[in-house]
Design a protein around this ligand. Structure first.
Ligand SMILES: [Zn+2]
Length: 97
């Protein structure tokens, strides 16, 4: 079997577990009100004051949200759709056993 050489960064089981268990919502408190926002969003609108609240921090060290952004960026490429659909079906079939 021959495959195209790819970059081989360190990918830990901890990272994979963190992605698999990444919460579907982010809990945000503003104006004394607790509300839910996208865990990937940079800003969320406070339901009380209607201001855009920054909910994601940026640092020089990448965090798990940056992993999602990178994957989403990859998925957005022309031609990626077919492979994404194919792999989703395989993953769903595996999950169903
Ligand atoms: Zn507010």
């Amino acid at each position: 079997m021959s495959t195209t050489a790819t970059i081989d960064p360190l990918v830990s089981h901890e990272l994979l577990d963190a992605i698999a268990s990444f919460p579907l919502h982010r809990e945000v408190t503003h104006c004394g009100e607790l509300f839910q926002a996208s865990p990937l969003a940079i800003y969320a609108e406070c339901p009380v004051c209607k201001k855009q609240v920054k909910i994601r921090s940026f640092s020089s060290n990448p965090d798990i949200e940056d992993v999602f952004d990178a994957v989403l960026g990859w998925m957005h490429q022309l031609g990626a759709d077919e492979y994404i659909q194919q792999r989703r079906k395989e993953i769903e079939a595996d999950a169903e056993g």
